[in-house]
Design a protein around this ligand. Structure first.
Ligand code: HSE
Length: 311
């Protein structure tokens, strides 16, 4: 049997919500083919020009699938064919999407043995090797879609919240990569009570504003006092790009995940296109290389693209 699946890219942290907030994009995403094999092992094939670890103990997808097979005490072999277009270290959840795509695909081939809750736990095991720590703010929206709040990873507790239908993100993805593991090492170990208070005021306000369709308060609360100051210095032209997004009408802008991607939220598609044009002009002027994506928040997470049953 063979299945082709898609898992969306994700914007995690969403400014103030380090490790506890994330949303799914409609595009781009990770497309992957998974096929059963008779060799009782996991085989990785890379059909991209992006470097992918081919050793199953070092690859996010196969680590996540191995966790699943261990639980089942199964020796079934699978061949995983990577066709992804976004490399890891991009800031839009590429590794999370690869871990989710793998467990989602294998679960479909195994007649949906596991719940989403269990799949997320397997996917998080894969994510650990790319970030060095457990976090679910990419894998949760990549699997279930929408806007997710991670109440806790152990035990796993995720809340999906409503958000304004027309809310649209513009993501600028520079042509550099920043390993999440490194970008976590440079974070402050402690913050003052005053800073923490301002940050959790923003987290609470952003959550309420999304649920209440209050775009003014989305704009007011999309501010990160803790992580952005530490990480933004590793992203070339960060300030210029962020300010261009804000000046051209974005409600707010910040680092997507651990960077280098920079995201903004806009009220609708028209405003997103204006922001995208402004960023594109800036990139032409300053000779900054990268890609721009415009996407609504996707209500859908991982999905089947094609299923072939050879039996
Ligand atoms: N919340 C994680 C971090 C996301 O910021 O390190 C990594 O993609």
């Amino acid at each position: 049997m063979e299945i082709k699946v898609f898992a969306p890219a994700t914007v995690s942290n969403v400014g103030c919500g380090f490790d506890i907030m994330g949303f799914a994009m409609q595009n781009p995403g990770d497309e992957m083919i998974v096929r059963t094999n008779d060799q009782k092992k996991l085989i990785i094939e890379n059909q991209t020009n992006i470097a992918v670890p081919l050793e199953p103990t070092k690859n996010v997808t196969t680590i996540a699938i191995q966790a699943m097979l261990r639980k089942l005490e199964s020796k079934q072999g699978f061949t995983i064919i990577y066709t992804k277009k976004i490399s890891s270290g991009s800031g839009i959840g590429s590794s999370g999407a690869s871990a989710v795509a793998g467990v989602f695909a294998v679960n479909k081939l195994l007649s949906e043995t596991f719940s989403n809750y269990e799949l997320l736990k397997f996917a998080m095991e894969g994510e650990v090797i790319s970030s060095g720590s457990i976090h679910a703010d990419n894998v949760a929206p990549a699997l279930i879609g929408g806007f997710c709040i991670i109440k806790s990873c152990e035990p796993l507790d995720i809340i999906s919240i409503p958000f304004p239908e027309e809310l649209t993100t513009v993501v600028f993805l520079p042509n550099i990569s920043l390993p999440t593991i490194e970008m976590r090492r440079i974070l402050p170990k402690e913050v003052s009570l005053k800073t923490a208070t301002m940050q959790w005021a923003n987290v609470a306000t952003l959550t309420a504003a999304l649920m209440l369709n209050d775009t003014k308060r989305i704009a007011d609360s999309l501010i990160d006092y803790i992580v952005e100051p530490a990480r933004s210095k590793f992203i070339p032209n960060y300030t210029e790009i962020k300010h261009t997004m804000l000046r051209s009408g974005a409600l707010g802008a910040s680092i997507s995940g651990s960077g280098p991607a920079i995201f903004s939220l806009t009220e609708n598609q028209d405003k997103a296109e204006t922001v995208s044009r402004a960023v594109s002009n800036l990139c032409n002027d300053l000779k900054i290389e990268g890609r721009i994506f415009i996407s609504k928040i996707s209500k859908e997470g991982a999905r089947v693209v094609q299923l072939n049953d050879y039996k």
